[in-house]
Design a protein around this ligand. Structure first.
Ligand SMILES: Cc1cc2nc3c(=O)[nH]c(=O)nc-3n(C[C@H](O)[C@H](O)[C@H](O)COP(=O)(O)O)c2cc1C
Length: 214
């Protein structure tokens, strides 16, 4: 069904995709945005509920307000690292490019979509959020093949984002996504290069038949 080249291409995009924080102001072609959103909309979803919406934000004023919400949360989170030497590192890490990126997309999840009997969702209610995360991963991979950089920002209070974007109270603002061109597309995750965390050994994460069995 897929040629060798096509197979290699998909694994290449999975491995080279990075979370990016620095963006150039160059505009993004409208057709590329369309393809990225189509990719999101082709994600799997529990009971095919497609719980997502996409709020496209290009206004500098609104982006500034979102950056304020994210920065407020980042400062609040540093309390957790107060007695840890990682605090200054955490503070110095650039965790969002919300003001820089030409486009921010707030991806939301509507838990009421499809009514009260969404197939499969009754057992694990969070599957609506998981479905939205699948859509965001598709956006990430699509951005990567478009030569665009994407960053996922989740450092904010949902109430702040709801207020800024006038999102109804039952809708979950799952992610703020920055998209744009970049000069900095690293090979390794930024948190790995900053010695914050490293990739775990896959072999240690795989069990056979029962939990813990190697
Ligand atoms: C659910 C989720 C939330 C994230 N939130 C943030 C965030 O708020 N700030 C940030 O700097 N990175 C965030 N990231 C990006 C991760 O830090 C990044 O994916 C990880 O360090 C691995 O790097 P890579 O994506 O380049 O492979 C988030 C990623 C995911 C999947």
């Amino acid at each position: 069904m897929f040629s060798k080249e096509e197979r290699e291409a998909i694994y290449k995009v999975i491995e080279t995709r990075r979370d990016i924080r620095s963006f150039k102001s160059d505009p993004i072609p409208i057709d590329a945005i369309g393809r990225i959103l189509e990719a999101a909309h082709h994600a799997p979803s529990v009971g095919f509920m497609q719980p997502w919406n996409f709020v496209l934000i290009e206004s500098d004023e609104v982006k500034k307000q979102l950056a304020w919400a994210a920065d407020k949360e980042r400062r609040a989170l540093t309390i957790h690292y107060e007695e840890d030497e990682r605090a200054s590192k955490f503070l110095s890490l650039k965790i969002e490019g919300l003001k820089e990126a030409p486009l921010t997309i707030c991806v939301t999840c509507d838990p009421t979509r499809g009514g009260s009997h969404v197939l499969g969702r009754n057992s694990i209610p969070e599957t609506d959020m998981m479905s939205t995360a699948c859509a965001i991963q598709n956006m990430w991979l699509a951005s990567c093949v478009e030569g665009l950089a994407m960053g996922w920002v989740s450092f904010y209070k949902k109430s702040d984002v709801r207020d800024i974007l006038v999102i109804p109270p039952h809708i979950d603002p799952v992610a703020l996504i920055s998209i744009g061109y970049t000069d900095v597309y690293p090979k390794a995750p930024i948190l790995e290069s900053a010695n914050w965390e490293k990739r775990r050994s896959l072999q240690n994460l795989i069990f056979k038949d029962k939990w813990g069995n190697k």
